[in-house]
Design a protein around this ligand. Sequence first.
Ligand SMILES: CC(C)(COP(=O)(O)OP(=O)(O)OC[C@H]1O[C@@H](n2cnc3c(N)ncnc32)[C@H](O)[C@@H]1OP(=O)(O)O)[C@@H](O)C(=O)NCCC(=O)NCCS
Length: 157
Amino acid sequence: MPGIEQSAGLAFRAIPELAWLADGENVGSERHRALIAQGACFVAVDDRDRPIGFLSAAAEGDALHIWELDVHLDWQGRGIGRALLEKGIERGRSLGFAAVTLTTFRDVEWNAPFYRKAGFRILNADKIDHRLATLLGEEASHGMPSERRCAMRLEFD
Ligand SMILES: CC(C)(COP(=O)(O)OP(=O)(O)OC[C@H]1O[C@@H](n2cnc3c(N)ncnc32)[C@H](O)[C@@H]1OP(=O)(O)O)[C@@H](O)C(=O)NCCC(=O)NCCS
């Protein structure tokens, strides 16, 4: 999974100001194991059963929070990310959560616009709860440009 995240991140080389993300730290195996144990992670595999993408999510308050969604660079743009996202949303609904949340880039085509098509909405500043505000703050402290970051929520009926 760290290898997939590393490869997926290369997509950011296409955006000069965010190209540094391609060389950023990846989530470690221990953290992946802990997330898998919580039961809301999905892996996409190729025809030889080799992992090529994954979604990691976990319970956070009333929501299922998506921590990671990555597709290997060689496999991007073929509908795999959308399929993983749909699985995650389905799992959030079936587990009885009120919503699915995440943080992402507002203006990167395969981030907020992609999630918007799946039903997520960007939360305005007055709608961002303490948890998501803390998360955005932590991201900023790690060098993320906060004006380009946003929190999104898909509310279940
Ligand atoms: C985000 C990501 C998981 C999407 O997976 P994917 O398999 O490439 O996406 P899909 O083929 O299912 O495409 C879904 C939508 O993403 C967008 N998209 C994907 N790749 C894109 C690209 N290179 N340029 C522009 N839009 C793109 C399109 O809106 C597409 O919708 P469309 O089919 O209606 O045009 C993948 O691009 C990735 O790993 N990116 C790098 C890591 C990342 O940004 N993760 C999300 C962090 S919040």
